[in-house]
Design a protein around this ligand. Structure first.
Ligand code: CTP
Length: 398
């Protein structure tokens, strides 16, 4: 099975199950999608429920299971709302009956109605007795579906539940899963790109119990990593906090650790986005023992400069790496940002005003100005960090 590393966050797979013994195998297919962060909604024909229970499917998919639309308590045009929600429809096992109905525009149950109304990709994994599979009309209908861009995952030849050998056995579940991922990833704008994002405030230790850090929440970096991933990129988030994500997360603490990881990761990357609030200084000497209170009212800690990761990599990198810096300013936002982009040498600098209480640091919203090397400025009005992240990625990769 392809280990997916892109874009499944918030993608919904509609799985249609028809009446065939292979229906029991779809329980494992649902788990594959769930393990890889897909939302799953199951639609069954009445006959499918002879082979697998509604409770099993609801438990595995963690969603209501949809059957036909005539016994509902309140009016809900489910075939339309499910069509809106689903990014792809996978019908497995697809019986000769359902295949033939879909190929002829017949909508006599919820699943065939959804298939008729669905205007996004449809994957069909047939499973049936060999003679049914070889039936002239079934084959004509399969051809008709192929000609109309339905994706058929061909059945395999082997031992069938009805006791015969031949073509018609549901293909391996990996094949259905991989086909789904291949289709969903096909036209993502950042497919094939590797993006490294840093996030959080670095932690500079003074002794075994104390450290210097800052109030950065890491939310902007996380929003950028999530959105890059959803847009199809391979993502490595180098972060000062741990977070469970379907892409690679590397936890670092100090500026020096972060520098090491960033330099390693950008060797194979297309873009580096430095949202981390990197401490400019660290303690000159780390004390192996806890620093004890003294009789003095005042003590000083000597600090030494940390590497400026953004500046260093911007000035020493391969030509085709895009580098995006961030700057948080409490005054003269644009003027400081212009000076900073020239000084650091990065390709873009995203500036935001931290003197405002309604945006920035731990807030879920932000308002930013994106500067490029020619000092052109794009203003992104106050909106969620998620939207800001999308706009930054679109601008940088436009
Ligand atoms: N940055 C970095 N290494 C540092 C300091 C900052 O890579 N030692 C990066 C940040 O990740 C950010 C950008 O530089 O992308 C700007 O950070 P900022 O703190 O605004 O700039 P500084 O260079 O630290 O300048 P100052 O704090 O004086 O404004």
């Amino acid at each position: 099975m392809t280990q997916t590393n892109n874009n499944n966050l918030n993608k919904t797979v509609l799985i249609g199950i028809t009446g065939g013994i292979a229906a029991y195998k779809i329980c494992e297919l649902i788990r594959m999608y769930k393990r890889n962060n897909f939302n799953v909604k199951v639609i069954v024909t009445k006959n499918a429920l002879n082979f697998v229970t509604e409770l099993t499917l609801a438990t595995l998919s963690q969603n209501e299971v949809y059957c036909d639309n005539f016994d509902m308590k309140e009016y809900k045009p489910e075939h339309i709302s499910l069509c809106d929600e689903g990014d792809i429809l996978v019908i497995a096992p697809a019986s000769a009956n359902t295949i033939s109905k879909i190929a002829n525009g017949i909508c006599d149950n919820l699943l065939t109605s959804i298939a008729c109304a669905f205007n996004k990709p449809i994957v069909i994994a047939p499973a049936m007795n060999t003679n049914m599979w070889n039936n002239k009309f079934v084959q004509e209908n399969i051809q008709k579906l192929k000609d109309n861009d339905y994706k058929i995952v061909e059945p395999e030849t082997g031992y069938l539940a009805c006791g015969t050998e031949g073509a018609g056995r549901l293909c391996a579940l990996d094949k259905i899963y991989d086909k789904t991922v291949e289709i969903l990833n096909a036209d993502l704008p950042l497919k094939g790109k590797k993006i490294v994002v840093t996030a959080g405030g670095t932690v500079e230790k003074l002794d075994p119990v104390r450290y210097i850090s800052n109030f950065s929440s890491g939310k902007m970096g996380l929003a950028l990593a999530d959105n890059a991933y959803k847009m199809g990129a391979e993502v490595n988030l180098i972060s000062t906090f741990n977070v469970k994500r379907p892409y690679v997360v590397t936890v670092t603490q100090s500026a020096k650790d972060m520098e090491k990881e960033v330099k390693e990761e950008i060797k194979s990357a297309d873009c580096l986005i430095m949202t981390a609030a990197v401490a400019d200084y660290r303690a000159a000497d780390y004390s192996e023992q806890k620093i004890k209170k003294t009789a003095e009212d005042k003590i000083s800690i000597e600090l030494v400069k940390n590497p400026d990761i953004l500046k260093e990599v911007s000035q020493n990198h391969s030509k085709d790496l895009k580098i995006v810096g961030f700057c948080a300013e409490s005054e003269n936002l644009i003027e400081n940002a212009k000076t900073k982009i020239k000084n650091k040498g990065c390709d873009y600098l995203v500036a935001n005003d931290i003197s405002r209480k309604d945006i920035g640091f731990s807030s879920d919203e932000n308002e930013v100005y994106i500067l490029n090397k020619d000092l052109e400025i794009k203003h992104v009005d106050k909106t969620s960090k998620d939207n800001i992240a999308k706009k930054i990625l679109e601008y940088v990769f436009e």
